[in-house]
Design a protein around this ligand. Structure first.
Ligand code: SF4
Length: 278
């Protein structure tokens, strides 16, 4: 594999650089391998993959182990390049462009004012004294509503018809809280579950409910309790923190737990077995 990600260290910038690279006779299969390596490198190094601090999308998880591990800054190792999340990120980016272009086209900023805000950054609250920021996929000021895009497969889409998971619901209300704290008049939250592999948007699920600040505050309060516990245990030592987290209950049937360093198949318990994974 010959692909490099940095400029050549010995390049002489005083000469005029060639506009196009020369044919090098690279084997086509090797060329494709390099293209794949470039894609995987980019995915693994995009901000979402590198994010270490807990974000609004994780604060409301009902899994105690996951919340504590994230708050304690545990490393999590992806088993593979996160291709499905990348598809989600790419669709988010395209949707953002659509709404921004719509507002530019109608010159909203110089006439009626913006109706739509794409990927507006907002501070949803604090955990252990630290500001927690997130990016709201879409804010519709005319409706007073946040919209969270979820690009999902059939299983999640089917589950979404029964309502959102706790973690998605908390995320939506955290964003709305952040916007309200900024002074925006937000009265509703919504989640648009867009099918990743259906032929049309007819399969999408559009969920909404009135903004309930208490959902956001309760999620933050729980996270703060966990963070305080972690802080107290750190005074004893990192082993005390790790031991506490390892013994916390986990979601049954969650397929992602291998990414944490303490994963052992037999360490699972059924504490949350009554909670259907949505
Ligand atoms: S069971 Fe799932 S939600 Fe819980 S810690 Fe493991 S990966 Fe996270």
């Amino acid at each position: 594999m010959t692909i490099t990600f940095e400029p050549p260290a010995d390049f002489d910038y005083s000469i005029e650089s060639p506009r196009y690279g020369a044919y090098q006779g690279i084997n086509p299969r090797a060329g494709l391998q390099e293209a794949r390596a470039l894609i995987e490198h980019a995915i693994l190094h995009q901000p979402r993959s590198l994010q270490k601090r807990i974000g609004p999308s994780e604060i409301g998880t009902p899994c105690d182990h996951c919340l504590a591990a994230k708050l304690a800054g545990w490393p999590s190792t992806e088993k593979d390049v996160p291709w499905l999340p990348f598809i989600g990120t790419a669709v988010h980016s395209a949707l953002e462009d659509m709404f921004i272009n719509h507002e530019i086209h109608r010159n909203a900023i110089n006439t009626t004012g913006l109706r739509y805000l794409g990927e507006h950054r907002t501070m949803v609250g604090q955990i252990d004294g630290e500001d927690i920021w997130g990016s709201v996929d879409l804010t519709d000021l005319a409706t007073g509503m946040t919209v969270d895009w979820k690009i999902v497969g059939k299983t999640t889409l089917d589950a979404a018809r029964r309502g959102p998971s706790e973690v998605y619901r908390a995320q939506a209300h955290l964003y709305a809280k952040g916007l309200c704290d900024e002074g925006f008049d937000i009265r509703h939250v919504s989640i648009a579950y867009l099918p990743r592999n259906a032929m049309s948007l007819a399969q999408a699920v559009w969920w909404t409910e009135p903004h309930n600040r208490a959902v956001a505050e309760n999620a933050l309060a729980r996270a703060n309790r966990f963070a305080l516990n972690i802080r107290a245990l750190r005074t004893i030592g990192q082993e005390a923190v790790d031991g506490w987290i390892t013994n916390l209950p986990r979601y049954a049937n969650c397929r992602d737990c291998e990414r944490f360093p303490d994963y052992k198949p037999q360490a699972r318990d059924d504490e949350f077995s009554d909670l259907a994974r949505k």
